[in-house]
Design a protein around this ligand. Sequence first.
Ligand code: IMP
Ligand code: MG
Length: 185
Amino acid sequence: MNNYQDVLSEVLIDASTLQKRVKELGEQISRDYAGANLLLICILRGGVPFLVDLSRSITIPHMMDFMAVSSYGIGKRESSGSARVTLDLQMDIRDKDVLLVEDIIDSGHTISSVLQMLETRRPRSLKVCALLDKPERREADVSIHYLGFTIPNRFVFGYGLDLDEFHRNLPFVGVVDLTKYNPHP
Ligand code: IMP
Ligand code: MG
């Protein structure tokens, strides 16, 4: 895999800007969910760094659980509602206040099929918290209740987002230079 320095075109959101915004979201969620039965659901794998930092900035008691859904490759994606669960939750979400934690909402298909599926399990409430939103690419209609940043239609990586599974660990969000990126060096 390429070293990230070789494929980074620019840092879009630096580490301190990310941390500051995640802290604000945590404070807002702590206020909005005071007295609630809050369960954060992280969608693997991209949501992990965001979930960890967000959870630590939430000052009210809450639970967390994890799920994974299949993603169809670019050009192969099925229509809305077709994402398949590859790892299901451990917890029963009935009567819980569920907040889905996602790295990025792109076409919106992934989150809308997860929402449809979880809705059938009768949570008390079901909302979405996304770090990034790429509205130009939207195909499915989704409400994002808590949002970190709106970004332009560029392919980004870092802070959970991967380049062919690498570089999720970076503390910033960067734009890929597609002219330099070689997925199979
Ligand atoms: P959606 O179903 O098109 O909204 O896809 C969302 C998923 O695609 C995210 O959870 C990411 O895993 C992935 N994704 C979308 N845009 C990017 C990007 O710019 N960088 C890395 N992953 C992305
Ligand atoms: Mg993802």
